[in-house]
Design a binder for this molecule. Structure first.
Ligand SMILES: Nc1nc2c(ncn2[C@@H]2O[C@H](COP(=O)(O)OP(=O)(O)OP(=O)(O)O)[C@@H](O)[C@H]2O)c(=O)[nH]1
Ligand SMILES: [Mg+2]
Length: 377
């Protein structure tokens, strides 16, 4: 296979991953916190222009699509609660075109209603997945803390969970799993377990979409992103080294800067380390941008990616010591068209792995800084 044919094949393969559609439907009674959950899931504050309207609003009667701001192939749908329509559960599912969703999340801010249960049963009958989310947990814990002398968060959470499961059982839905969530503090309680549970039930393409779109709330969600990026390094190395023709002053070999520029941007955005996200995070958390930047050790974090910066970064990495790998070049059996790329191939592979490690550490440190300050409030 020629280098050109190989790169075409890889581009197609990567595009398939980038374009896979994931549609998540959020439903539940009026006022249960659906729209707030939709926004939180998309990493958007309720006050953001792109946010689903929340609070005292006229309830919409049809599903509203909210594309993920970074990965528009992932859409979170804000559905009207079945109780706010005149439909029965089966009519409702037809009305919202249930077939197009990969799964449903039924949100309740209090107890799960008869409507919620009927809907879940109907979703199950249609061979679709659903998850119960009990929202506004922060409110419950706050109230409980004020009224209980021997307050214990863990016990209170267990009580709420037990109560929800019991209620669902009473209404005919045995062995349901209920996730306790605060849409204002996704890093607390059960939100991260939702990711693990959903992933188990998705195909590898859709799992990929969910991993990238899932908010960066803790070490696990960020680490999953790193693994997704890492699994694709080899393809980007081939893309940027196989047919690279641009000699770069200061670098001992050629690479395709356009490919690397795009890749670096996608890493920064994925880890929440791009300029826009860090600025937003600073505003929401009330932590000065300089303090967030102080958590970042990687030269690229919080920077506008430009060709100049990419070259600067590559040359500094090469200068730092890629000398010992020289002998390893002979190990790579790349023939014909590929000969010219051997050096850049080895370098880029090591470089991208190291970059991901650095960005991962920065993302965790920024997250810790923001997470801790949220809990202190
Ligand atoms: N404390 C707390 N408040 C929440 C949470 N989720 C939602 N709320 C509040 O609950 C109220 C209703 O939230 P919405 O997201 O508008 O609820 P909805 O289900 O979309 O309501 P409708 O569109 O009218 O059906 C708002 O004032 C939210 O701020 C949460 O996790 N914690
Ligand atoms: Mg709403």
């Amino acid at each position: 296979m020629t280098a050109k044919a190989m790169t075409e094949k890889i581009k197609k393969y990567l595009e398939e991953y980038q374009n896979v559609k994931l549609d998540i439907a959020i439903t539940g009674e009026s006022g249960s916190g659906k729209s707030t959950f939709v926004n939180a899931f998309r990493g958007i504050d309720n006050r953001d222009d792109r946010a689903a309207p929340t609070g005292v609003v006229e309830t919409t009667m049809k599903p509203e699509p909210y594309p993920h701001p970074i990965y528009p192939n992932v859409t979170i749908w804000d559905l009207p609660g079945v109780g706010t329509t005149t439909f029965s559960a089966d009519q409702y599912l037809e009305h919202v075109e249930f077939k197009k969703y990969d799964f449903f999340i039924v949100v309740s801010g209090d107890r799960f209603s008869e409507n919620d249960v009927m809907l879940a049963q109907e979703i199950k009958r249609m061979d679709k997945k659903f998850y119960f989310v009990r929202s506004k947990i922060d409110d419950n814990l706050r109230a409980e803390k004020k009224s209980q002398r021997n307050y214990n968060e863990k016990n209170t959470l267990q009580q709420i969970r037990g109560y929800c499961i019991q209620e669902l059982e009473k209404q005919g839905l045995a062995s349901s799993q209920v996730f306790l969530v605060s849409s204002f503090h996704l890093h607390l309680y059960d939100f991260s377990t939702i990711q693990d549970t959903m992933e188990e039930e998705l195909s590898s393409l859709k799992k990929y979409a969910l991993t990238l779109a899932f908010p960066n709330i803790n070490q696990s969600s960020i680490s999953k992103k790193k693994e997704v990026f890492r699994s694709q390094i080899i393809y980007y190395v081939i893309l940027s080294a196989a047919v690279a023709v641009v000699p770069i002053p200061g670098l001992s070999f050629c690479v395709d800067l356009v490919v690397l520029d795009g890749l670096f941007k996608s890493y920064l955005i994925g880890f929440g380390l791009d300029v826009v996200t860090l600025n937003k995070l600073s505003t929401i958390s009330n932590i000065p941008l300089e303090d967030l930047m102080a958590e970042c050790k990687c030269t690229l974090s919080g920077q506008e990616i430009t060709a100049t910066l990419v070259v600067k970064f590559l040359t500094s990495f090469e200068r730092m010591g890629m000398t010992t790998a020289e002998e390893d070049y002979s190990m790579i059996s790349i023939l014909g068209d590929w000969i010219a790329a051997r050096r850049s191939f080895v370098f880029l592979k090591e470089f991208l792995n190291s970059l991901l490690d650095g960005l991962f550490d920065d993302a965790i440190n920024v997250q810790k800084k923001v997470g801790i300050s949220k809990e202190e409030q």
